[in-house]
Design a protein around this ligand. Structure first.
Ligand SMILES: C[S@@+](CC[C@H](N)C(=O)[O-])C[C@H]1O[C@@H](n2cnc3c(N)ncnc32)[C@H](O)[C@@H]1O
Length: 262
């Protein structure tokens, strides 16, 4: 993870705050603002072991009840003037009502998670990141389904000034005692291969050489299924007719319908 020593970092939705605590090996406490979606009492109740007191002792600023899909709670984050905003293993809580997405009931989890990440990027670039800073957002997630069905390389920046720049592997060994926590209860999620997906509104960003670019937007490839190159039109037609492609196309269509309704 690209974390220059001078960088001011905000973490979003950091369940038990153990990732934020591990960041202190890389940046000084005063350059970190750690946030959770849960209120403080929910956090302490949900995760018997958490890093909140360690962060407070270290002098790290913490904010709770930060819902990144809502612009209302972001004023204090704006004042921090961040260089980098990080959301690791984002996931919408399952108990949250899916009612506003009922028309797309079977696809509601896919749609809600895309909605979460779209607003994470939009609010970060519009409000949280300093105008004169590094202007970087990181989403760390696994590259397997259902996460790969969110199409986060291609679907989150539609008609926005920010772009997906590329990805690099997440090196968990660099983040001591970091536990990925279940969104709803006091359980840990197994550490598995994950990638950091990097976004910026600076096209020629100096982070670029570290990153692997997304190759499936080239001609003869399918960015939704991450497949290709296809040799000819008939291979492409065969691919479009597969059950897997049709399912990905439906996710994508539902998302762009949702985006146009925002
Ligand atoms: C699978 S947990 C990962 C927790 C933590 N980031 C980690 O890496 O261990 C998903 C996290 O997303 C957060 N989250 C879900 N919806 C959110 C929202 N609207 N705003 C901010 N965080 C949210 C949850 O509170 C939860 O902590």
């Amino acid at each position: 993870m690209y974390l220059p020593k001078h960088a001011r970092v905000v973490t979003i939705g950091d369940g038990d705050l153990s990732f934020s605590r591990a960041l202190l090996a890389h940046i000084p406490a005063e350059q970190l603002l750690a946030t959770t979606y849960d209120d403080e009492h929910v956090l302490r109740d949900k995760y018997a072991i958490n890093a909140l007191d360690d962060l407070k002792k270290a002098g790290v600023a913490t904010l709770h009840g930060i819902d990144i899909t809502s612009g209302n709670s972001l004023a204090e984050l704006q004042a921090f003037e961040a260089d980098i905003v990080i959301f690791n293993h984002p996931l919408v809580p399952t108990q949250k009502s899916y009612s506003q997405y009922q028309k797309e009931r079977d696809k509601s989890a896919n749609l809600m998670n895309r909605n979460l990440l779209y607003h994470f990027l939009k609010h970060s670039f519009e409000t949280i990141l300093s105008i004169s800073g590094l202007r970087l957002c990181y989403i760390t997630t696994k590259s397997v389904k259902p996460y790969s069905h969110w199409h986060i390389e291609t679907s989150l920046c539609h008609q926005q000034p920010f772009r997906y720049l590329g990805q690099e592997p997440f090196e968990v060994s660099l983040f001591k005692n970091y536990l990925v926590r279940n969104v709803d209860r006091d359980k840990c999620v197994k550490h598995e291969a994950s990638d950091i997906y990097v976004y910026s509104d600076q096209a020629d960003h100096s982070i670029q050489p570290r990153l692997t670019k997304f190759k499936y937007t080239a001609d003869n490839h399918c960015p939704l299924c991450r497949k290709g190159p296809f040799e000819n039109e008939s291979d492409w037609a065969l691919h479009c007719n597969t059950r897997i492609h049709k399912a990905q196309q439906q996710y994508s269509d539902a998302w762009f319908r949702h985006l146009s309704s925002l």
